[in-house]
Design a protein around this ligand. Structure first.
Ligand code: FAD
Length: 405
């Protein structure tokens, strides 16, 4: 008898899961249940070209509506999955529906971490995770307005780059002593900080957020931990995400900084898969369990789950990678740099084209490539094979990366 696959969550990973199941000519039913009012869409442009008004909403969607017009596919939007009964293999939804499954794919993604400080509920304080969030932010964006961004991670800095180009007066407040401190080296942080300053963004580093101050229910200032009140017309908070694991947790699935899955994307219940931002998965290259917040991970895990559901045994075990667009800088990060003991610079920062490599005991862990797509591509292959590289060769742009290690 034909199987039924239910997908909980209708984001990027879910969209890919449907596409991959279709590619496999999966003959059963596919039921996609998502709590947003939209078909699966890509989030990266939300803090980049879509926020800048350079990309129409239709281009955000992973697949056009016609793709889902198929007798075997049922789409339920604006519908929250509230429970999983693993004994009867049924999910239930907030609007009183229930759906039986043979396989369930959890693709619940993550949500923006909220800051529970005084004044957090004032109007004019925004988070950036969804199309609805960007619609609300764009209604605030006007030449000359003052924006304070909390958090100098990728999203905060991408928004700063877009908004200063749109003529806003932008200040970024960051608790760490440098920008993007969680992901890049001091050199790369310093380079990006300088780029933002050249474009007129004010950086307030080494200070946290104490509270939001305002009147008549609307934010008027961001007050930092050291007591500085920075006047603003609106604020955007970008301080990381939390994986949406509650549904899985309440169903008794194993959780460890994400929904625990194996290399086939199977959870602690063999009938249930999990993919994307919500998972904690093994990575053989780094020899540990990781949780990633990246499109590549969402897409590849979704493909792996679909393969395995369709009887093609595949493993997900790839070099993680990410990107970030700020001004004329395309940052591509291959690998994870945690645990490095040496940083090697290759190329010329002043020309805005360089690669910064991270090594541990001579093994290449990760590379941050700025406007250097070739270095990025070649580094991925070296990282995958845990290449040991001579730092002097690595620093020499005359030597092709692919020939090292
Ligand atoms: P999501 O896309 O978050 O989708 C999960 C969906 O499930 C959501 O719609 C959610 O509302 C829904 N859901 C959750 N719980 C339930 C429930 N109980 N019932 C029904 N539905 C539910 N990554 C990069 O690699 N490069 C970038 O440049 C980049 N830029 C980004 C910029 C922004 C502004 C953001 C927000 C993210 C960015 N990312 C980037 C991260 C990337 O978008 C995510 O890693 C990716 O969206 C993860 O896909 P996902 O399907 O796992 O989760």
């Amino acid at each position: 008898m034909a199987k039924t696959v239910v997908i909980a969550g209708a984001g990027h990973a879910a969209g890919q899961a449907v596409a991959s199941l279709k590619q496999h000519k999966f003959g059963g039913r596919i039921i996609l249940v998502g709590d947003e009012p939209y078909l699966p869409y890509q989030r990266p442009p939300l803090s980049k070209r879509f926020l800048a008004g350079e990309m129409p909403a239709e281009r955000l969607f992973v697949k056009p509506p016609s793709f889902y017009e198929d007798d075997r596919i049922e789409v339920h939007l604006d519908t929250r999955v509230t429970g999983i009964d693993r004994d009867t293999r049924t999910i239930s939804t907030a609007n009183g529906r229930s759906f039986d499954y043979d396989n369930l794919i959890l693709a619940t993604g993550s949500r923006a971490r909220k800051l529970p400080v005084e004044g957090a509920t004032l109007a004019g304080i925004h988070y950036l995770r969804s199309i609805a969030d960007v619609d609300a932010i764009r209604a605030e964006v006007r030449d000359g307005r003052r924006l304070v961004i909390i958090g100098a991670g990728y999203i905060g800095l991408e928004v700063a780059a877009v908004c200063c180009k749109l003529g806003l007066d932008v200040t970024v407040v960051e608790m760490a002593d440098r920008v993007m401190s969680r992901v890049v080296s001091e050199q790369v942080s310093a380079f990006y900080a300088a780029q933002h300053q050249v474009h007129g963004v004010k950086l307030r580093l080494s200070t946290g957020l104490r509270e939001f101050a305002g009147s008549d229910g609307r934010v008027e200032a961001v007050v930092t931990a050291d007591g500085l009140a920075i006047g603003c017309d609106f604020a955007i908070v970008g301080v990381g995400i939390l994986p949406n694991v509650e549904l899985a947790k309440n169903a008794g699935l194993e959780i460890d900084n994400g929904i625990v899955v194996n290399e086939h994307c199977v959870t602690s219940d063999p009938d249930i898969y999990a993919v994307g931002d919500c998972t904690s998965h093994p990575n053989a290259i780094y020899g540990r369990r990781i949780r990633l917040e990246s499109v590549h991970n969402a897409l590849e895990q979704a493909k792996t789950a679909a393969d395995n559901i369709c009887g093609v045994e595949t493993r997900y075990d790839q070099v993680p990678w990410f990107w970030s667009d700020q001004y004329d800088l395309k940052l591509q990060i291959a690998g994870l740099s945690q645990g490095y003991d040496e940083v090697v610079l290759r190329g010329d920062m002043s020309r805005k084209s360089f690669a910064c490599s991270y090594l541990a005991n001579g093994v290449l862990l990760a590379v941050d490539a700025v406007n250097s797509p070739r270095e990025f591509m070649q580094a991925k292959a070296l990282i995958a094979r845990r290449a040991v590289i001579d730092p002097t060769d690595l620093a020499d742009p005359e030597k092709a990366l692919k020939d090292l290690g």
